[in-house]
Write a protein that binds this ligand. Structure first.
Ligand SMILES: [Fe+2]
Length: 349
């Protein structure tokens, strides 16, 4: 199983993309709306088939990307039935098994941080996604969203600490850069409920955290009760063409699209003059502007039309796209695969 851990720096949330190696069927745990472009790019590049997004709980600190993933990939939305949220395709309950290819996750109810918190466990008990029920050397707060410290104590002790000591704990958050832990470590060292801690110790600790409410709570909870459907999308798809942002962060446009829409964009070729006139040739109407001169000559480019950047294989033009975006030109894209792919596809220059 492939496990990819992604971080959202604004909310310190971890999302996890799990891919079954044989079938490429995948699930995405706790997607963050603002990270949709990044997560979607990796799903596409790895050739994964996203079957489900799974929420460990209804979050108060970020809006889920579940609805947007569903729009992009047709994935089904899994969230605990306990919340009664709208747009849930897979109402999750304790004891269910979510299958994707030959892989699976067992659903365990671990309430206490919220009333509907779930953990997702590999069937061989080698790893568990604990949401906010168990964090690295911490646990999620219990002072809102029907939180209950005594219930969380029970959940962790009976549903998580009973797992093998080697079971890897993947949390929903970390604020100190820690990425994972193990059940054995947390049983010993969790300062809130590890070691000899009794329920009274834990409840006393949790009742005196004195934390301010999350900044986004008033926005995030209602949006998450519709699985992100009602949320505002901050960076919508560019309207001028099917630009796809790569996992490397480069906006790309497919050669097939460009061959049909050449007169709608500016073509800028960033190779040397020798290459421009060389065997791969160049596209008719393309402006030659070698990469090393681009920063100094940005003003020569008209911002009125989208700009497609071209080089031999799409590497230098990717750098060029980054330079132009930094220079304040938002409507730019790299010709994916450059002139080499254009030629291979037999498209006319
Ligand atoms: Fe939470």
């Amino acid at each position: 199983m492939v496990i990819r851990q992604h971080f959202d720096p604004v909310s310190s949330t971890y999302s996890y993309l799990l891919i079954d190696p044989a079938s490429r069927d995948a699930v995405l745990i706790d997607p963050v709306l603002e990270q949709h472009t990044r997560d979607a790019a990796l799903i596409r590049e790895l050739g994964a088939h996203l079957l489900f997004t799974l929420e460990t709980h209804c979050h108060a600190d970020h809006v889920t990307g579940a609805w947007r993933m569903k729009q992009a990939f047709g994935s089904r939305i899994g969230l605990a039935a306990a919340y009664g949220a709208r747009n849930v395709d897979l109402p999750l309950e304790h004891g269910m098994v979510v299958r994707f290819g030959e892989s699976a996750l067992e659903v365990r109810a671990t309430p206490g941080h919220t009333a509907g918190c779930l953990s997702f466990l590999s069937p061989d008990h080698r790893f568990v996604f604990t949401g906010d029920a168990l964090l690295v050397r911490a646990v999620g707060r219990t002072d809102f969203q029907q939180g209950n410290a005594a219930q969380l104590f029970e959940s962790v002790r009976t549903q998580l600490f009973t797992l093998p000591g080697t079971c890897v704990v993947y949390p929903a958050h970390d604020y100190e850069g820690r990425t994972s832990s193990t059940i054995g470590e947390e049983r010993l060292f969790n300062p809130r409920l590890g070691g000899e801690a009794r329920r009274e110790d834990f409840v006393g600790y949790m009742e005196n955290l004195g934390l301010p409410h999350p900044k986004l709570m008033a926005v995030a909870v209602p949006a998450n009760m519709s699985c992100g459907r009602d949320a505002e999308v901050s960076e919508p798809q560019p309207s001028w063409g099917p630009v796809v942002e790569s996992y490397a962060g480069v906006p790309e446009i497919a050669p097939e699209w460009l061959s049909r829409h050449r007169d709608e964009v500016e073509l800028v070729d960033v190779r040397s003059r020798a290459e421009f006139e060389g065997e791969l040739g160049h596209l008719e109407g393309a402006m030659l502007l070698p990469l090393e001169e681009l920063r100094a000559r940005v003003d020569e480019l008209a911002a009125s039309r989208p700009i497609v950047l071209i080089c031999q294989t799409g590497k230098r033009s990717a750098m060029a796209a980054t330079i132009l975006r930094k220079a304040g030109l938002p409507r730019v894209a790299n010709l994916a695969g450059g002139m080499a792919r254009w030629r291979k596809l037999g498209l006319p220059s």
